[in-house]
Design a protein around this ligand. Structure first.
Ligand SMILES: [Fe+2]
Length: 398
């Protein structure tokens, strides 16, 4: 046995990279088997965290008996220095300040593990971990788009990406390193797939089992940029709006789910109520993967209020503070990866839990007609103890 093997024991689980067809060009995704998250060692928590940073999206199989509090405990063990609350705060503050995130859907804390959130659709059962006879009518839905998918087409099994994003408050707390999402109940796959349409003039579409989450990698977004664009992104940064999801609460999305339509519906900053200027977030456009060193073009465009663009450390930044120009700047860069071959919709069986590197990925829900049956998911993440770092330090806020 080598000294390396003694100091770094083999993880107590089996990890297998996900298979892909020759047409698929995404470079992430792995499946973990042989792990019981009710009873996981510190060494395996560390090994699992490394696996998420490396593979970006990891499906841990067979967690049907996972106690809700154990999912939350796992999240806290991933980042023990973090404040012990969901990255979007408690349910009360989420519902008050969550803006577009909370007004458009119903999110419920699991009794006894309130930082774990029930997200889903339809009837949740007679007693779901103490939630009795609950039907979620206001689910994640396809009505966020400015030009809505006609109801008859939705009922016929056509759908769209809802809203591409990372899980990030972008005000106060730093975005979670990882998000965990356990599938408790999934809609019926035996009725055939849904068809996700871009509806943006590209003609693109792809099929999916109903009720899944879609992912693309912003490491791949970065790789698709020209060297000049990469140099610019490495040196540039973004200022996010205070209470950004309240700011965009009345806005609508583009039909492919990536970015907002410009309709002049952003709220005035002075109408957002009190905010702490010190809690406003400025992040580099590029975020480093702390384990692999990879760079991701990680700009949450829908919440961006100002871009500071430069291509070297000593250049005076060009400030873009008009949302039309911000969107025109980001769209051609971020849409390159928005193509079926770069998108993964990992299949989840009931009891599987998907975990992803939130600093490297964008994800979105994909709505489905309720005729496929209800969906029940448990979601948790924690505001990071250390915020994202770019390849080049950005100047202090003045
Ligand atoms: Fe999310």
């Amino acid at each position: 046995m080598s000294p390396h093997a003694i100091t770094q024991p083999e993880p107590g689980f089996v990890l297998t990279p996900m298979k892909k067809s020759p047409e698929e060009r995404h470079d992430f995704g792995a499946v973990v088997e042989g792990l019981d998250l009710n009873n996981i060692s510190d060494a395996d928590v560390k090994a699992l965290a490394d696996a998420i940073w490396i593979h970006k999206v990891v499906v841990v199989k067979g967690q049907k008996d996972l106690a809700p509090i154990k999912q939350w405990e796992l999240v806290t063990r991933f980042d023990p220095e973090a404040p012990q609350v969901h990255s979007h705060g408690d349910i009360k503050s989420f519902n008050e300040k969550g803006g577009v995130l909370s007004t458009t859907r119903e999110v419920i804390g699991i009794p006894g593990a309130e930082n774990l959130r029930l997200v889903g659709k339809g009837y949740q059962g007679a007693d779901h971990y103490g939630i009795k006879d609950k039907t979620i009518h206001k689910a994640l839905s396809h009505d966020f788009h400015a030009k809505e998918l006609p109801e008859a087409e939705f009922a016929a099994g056509y759908t769209r990406f809802q809203r591409w994003h990372m899980d990030a408050p972008l005000y106060g707390r730093d975005p979670a390193w990882f998000t965990t999402l356990r599938c408790c109940r999934r809609p019926r796959a035996d009725r055939g797939p849904v068809t996700i349409r871009w509806d943006d003039g590209s003609g693109l579409e792809m099929k999916s089992e109903p009720g899944l989450t879609a992912f693309f990698s912003n490491v791949q977004t970065y790789a698709l940029m020209t060297p000049e664009e990469q140099r610019m992104a490495d040196h540039s940064w973004v200022e996010y709006a205070p209470h950004p999801y309240m700011w965009i609460a009345d806005c609508h999305g583009r039909p492919n789910g990536l970015g907002l339509e410009t309709e002049g519906r952003e709220k005035r900053i002075e109408d957002l109520g009190d905010f702490d200027p010190a809690a406003v977030k400025r992040y580099s456009m590029v975020w480093m993967n702390p384990v692999t060193g990879e760079k991701a073009f990680q700009v949450h465009g829908i919440c961006a209020r100002k871009l500071f663009v430069r291509s070297s450390p000593d250049q005076e930044p060009h400030v873009i503070d008009d949302v039309t120009e911000i969107r025109a700047f980001l769209k051609p860069i971020q849409e390159r990866v928005l193509s079926p071959e770069y998108i993964l919709l990992p299949s989840l069986e009931e009891g599987d839990i998907v975990m992803w590197a939130n600093w490297q990925m964008f994800h979105t829900a994909v709505d489905y007609p309720i005729s496929y049956g209800p969906r029940t998911m448990h979601q948790a993440n924690i505001g990071a103890s250390i915020g994202p770092q770019g390849p080049v330090p950005i100047p202090a806020m003045t």
